[in-house]
Structure formats: C-alpha cells, structure tokens
Design a protein around this ligand. Sequence first.
Ligand SMILES: O=c1[nH]cnc2c1ncn2[C@@H]1O[C@H](COP(=O)(O)OP(=O)(O)O)[C@@H](O)[C@H]1O
Ligand SMILES: [Ca+2]
Length: 467
Amino acid sequence: MRHRSGARYEPLNDKIHRYRGVILIVSVPLLLVSIVLLFMPRSPIDAVTTTRKTVPGGGSVDGEKKYAVIFDAGSSGSRVHVYCFDKNLELLHIGKEIELFVQKKPGLSAFAKDPKEAANSLIPLLEKAEAVVPQELRGKTPVRVGATAGLRALGTDTSEKILQAVRDLLKEKSSLKSQSDWTTVLDGTQEGAFQWVTINYLIGKLGKTYANTVGVVDLGGGSVQMAYAISEEDAAKAPKVSDGQDSYVQKLFLKGTTYYLYVHSYLHYGLLAARAEILKASEGGNNCILNGYQGTYKYGDNKYDASAASSGTSYTKCRSDAVRALKVDEPACTHMKCTFGGIWNGGGGDGQKNLFVASFFFDRAAEAGFVDPKAAVAKVKASEFEDAAKRACKLNIKDAKATYPSVSDDNIPYLCMDLVYQFTLLVDGFGVDPYQEITLVKKVQYGDAYVEAAWPLGSAIEVASSA
Ligand SMILES: O=c1[nH]cnc2c1ncn2[C@@H]1O[C@H](COP(=O)(O)OP(=O)(O)O)[C@@H](O)[C@H]1O
Ligand SMILES: [Ca+2]
C-alpha cells in the first residue's frame, strides 16, 4: 500500500527524472514528424515546383507516377518528349535523364502527298517513347500530337488527312492511351501559351505574381510566337480581334494564380518562312544572299530565286528588305501600339521585362560563334545579332564556309539573311532595346538535369493535371 501510495504521490520532477529515457525515445520522433508536417505542401497544386522529391534512379518517394508522351510535329522536324510527373506535378527522372527527347527530320508537312508515309515517319519516335514507359502504365499514359506551322500552312484538307493517318497509327500500333482530339494542329496561341508555361514552370515562376514571370519568344521554322503575362487592367483593354482570329489574351489558372497571358503567333515569320518573305520583298536581286551563291530557295510548294545580287551582299540593303518583309509600318496601327503586320503589342509591362528567347535564336547565335553551342542558356543583347550579321554579310560563300564550320551547306548562303532577320525581328518587330539583356535558351536546368525549352512540357502539364 505504502509503496503504491508512495508511487501515487511521487513529485512530478522525480517522475520525469525516472522516465527520462522513455520520454526521450517518444519525443524525438514526435518532434521530427511535426517538423516534416510543418514543411509539407498544403495542396498538390501549391506544391508544383516548390519541392523536389526525386530519388536517384528515378523512383518517387510517394509512389504515384504519371507519364505523358507529347509529339511536337514541327515544320522542320518531328520530335517526341516523354515526361514523368509525381503527384505534385514535379518532374521525375526517366533513367538518368529527366525527359526522353528524340527528334528526326523532316517534319510531317514534307509528306503532304502521302499521309500514311507522314504518319509512319513517327514510328521510330513512338517506339522509343513507349520503351521508356513501364508496361503496366502504358494504357494509362496519354499520347498527344501537336502539329505547328508546317501543317497550319498546308491548309485544312491536307493537314486533316495527315492527322487522321496519325490517329489511325496510334490506335493500331500503340499501347498508349490515345484520343482523336489529342492529335491536332495546335493554334499559334496554344503553342505560345504552352511555351510560356514550360519556361516559367522550369524556372520556378508559376504561382508568383504576373510581374515576376518571364516573357517568351519562340522562333520556329514556320512561325514565331511572343507570350507574356499582363495585368488584369491591361487585359481588359485588349483590342477586339475580327472573327476567326485568335484573341490576344488568354486566362490561365496555374498553381493557385490567375494569369492574363498576351500571346500572338505570326505565321510565315518563322526563320525559314521569313526567308521566302524577304526574297519576295527584295527588288532587283537579293542583297542578303552571300556573294558567290546562285540557287533556288524552296519553302513549302514554292520556289524563289536565291542568287546573290550583282550589286553584292550588303548588310544595310538586306536590313531594309527585312524591315519591308516584316511590314513594320502597317497603317492599321494608329489607335494602338503594334509589333508588325498590324498586330497589337500587348502593352508591354513587367511580365515582358525578362525575355527568354528560344529555338532558332539560340541555334544561329551558336553557329555564328557568339554563344557556346554546348550551353543551355546564354545572356546576350539583340545588338550581338547585328554585329554577327555585319561580319557574316561581308563574306563570300567560300570564306563563310571556312569561318563557320558548324553551319550546314544548306544554310550557309542564308547566314547574313538569318542574322539580319533575327535582329530586325527583335528590334523593329518586337520593339526590344538593342542593348537590353535577353536570355537565349535551349534547355533549362531542373534539379540535377536539363529539360528542352519547348512547348511540349506545357502541354504535358495540362494533360497530367487534368487526367
Ligand atoms: O524541343 C526542341 N529542342 C530543341 N530545339 C527545338 C525544339 N523544338 C524546336 N526546336 C528548334 O526550333 C527549330 C525549328 O522549329 P520547328 O521545326 O518546330 O518549326 P515551327 O515551330 O515553326 O513548326 C528547330 O530547328 C530547333 O532548333
Ligand atoms: Ca516549334
């Protein structure tokens, strides 16, 4: 009894002292659990890009994995991207890489006369994509095909036949989950918006205010897109577009934040399409083609004389042809600020202060030698395109080949033209200050790996977050 009552009335500090071992064993894990709970993301959507839960070798700590297979049927080539997301929409490793990326040339539009052959050109990409998706997940893994400027320029009848052949191929030959409305021609605004999502997701800007996001320019072969977030007030002031045209502003809801995204895609102003526009705009021989070259430029179904003018290559004359091709002074722009061709410029603002410029801008800068071809990103000024153009425009075709060994024979006659166009597009077209720093981007570092800076990731994020 005494013993019991003694035990009952034992002072608290004595009890603590006697059970200190047990208390320590119980409280340490409790403390650790509370710390983990405190720092856990509150909702899946808030967690996008804020936590990294990948483990070496690609496993997900919390199990749930979603794959997405996205084909980019570009005008100059077809590419496949495979991504794997965890339940917070974080990218996970696929083997050593964080993305499977395979490309091949030419693009679907090169097979305009044979839709089946066009579709079959995707088989090697499809096989590689399927191989990295675990067998048990293939039936649940969506495959989307987005065609861009090449099919847009072919017109509805021809492009629809090619798309149908691709849909049939996916249904018959693939174990991935396909749906007919997942194989489409993307409209330019979707393409631009996806590119904006890709870049801002990878650099961790989604969920921040619009003023903290970055603007994107994507210079493809057939079209060029500009996209950046604007304020709600500016969005309300967007000019109305005529019937059948894409509206200037899209409302997006990403990671708990509403964005008003200004997007415009300029068909025929991708780098390869613009060559045709410049050749058409030049009168009496072309001053952009390098001296010593006589040839024909083929784009789509058309051919253009592409011989150096007898007056010779000239940076100054080439530039005025490029300005003319861009239709910078379109008369329709008295009531609003325009880029070129009568298109509203979106009003500028903080969402455009930082520009991430992709695709051919990076490639030509690397070939012209002012950007490291192995780098993922490079900070440059538009004026560097002008300086590089001035150097290239002075060379004849033979000297240019020796000076720029990484430029292919097909592209060398157009090196002066391409660089002049890129400078003109940025400065006269988009109104970029020649001395403002811009970021040329090929890939973006994400954790310990690199991801292609291309629109398919934006499409994958959409499909993975809705499925
Ligand atoms: O995923 C990508 N990774 C790297 N470069 C790409 C990717 N997608 C497009 N590009 C670049 O864009 C250029 C041409 O664009 P594309 O063929 O997509 O034309 P389009 O966008 O006008 O249809 C390619 O030469 C390549 O440099
Ligand atoms: Ca493209």
